[in-house]
Design a binder for this molecule. Sequence first.
Ligand code: 4FV
Length: 244
Amino acid sequence: MRFDILTLFPGMFAPLEESILKRAQQAGTISIGLHNIRDWATDRHRTADDAPYGGGAGMVMKAAPLAAAIRAVVEEAAPPVILLSPDGEPFTQALASELAQQPWLVLVCGHYEGLDERVRESLISREISIGDYVLTGGELAAMVVVDAVARLVPGVIDGESIAEESHSDGLLEYPHYTRPAVWEGRAVPAILTSGHHGEVAKWRRRERLRRTLVRRPDMLRRAREQGLLDKHDLAYLAELGWEG
Ligand code: 4FV
């Protein structure tokens, strides 16, 4: 899978050169291209932003350099051109899974007050928000999207660890433990050292239900509506006092 990122601050993307994403790039499973929008500014000062028409604080990213950058990167193809912005559709695990089916994504990082609306209208095919708060720029949001999508690309991390993780199937994750068996007087739940794999799986499912009930009851309602809870789940949740 290919990611192309358009930004005024290509130096902000070092986190994508570490750990799992670094290995995935070395293996050729994913590739990431960084493009400095300012390289497409044609004036002597390479200006990529200007004062807003109608007045007001802050600066707006100029249409021409950004449009030229997008057209240069997508060439004749038509990959999704995604703007990271607080006005976009909420980014979720489901959306990450959908995007991971794409062979190529182009991500546009806004900065300052945002982009000239005419670029948005003419060249942006989708807008995604990573949360209802305002960042100084779309760069961190772009890295969040690349990280969450790239790890779902087959071969980047082993499928088993994706299967039962939070949000993968509407529930939060079960708790994890590793050696030592007792740490500061806190013991690992005995079931996990019992060797009864069936019982361990049952315990983990119940932990996922209990934690989701305590922390995100909204997700439980959605999981039930989506038919993700079986009769054992519903019986256990009733035991926990869940009225549904
Ligand atoms: C953002 C978000 C975000 C808004 C103005 C960049 C900033 C500046 N992007 N999810 N929340 N972007 O706050 O994606 O241009």
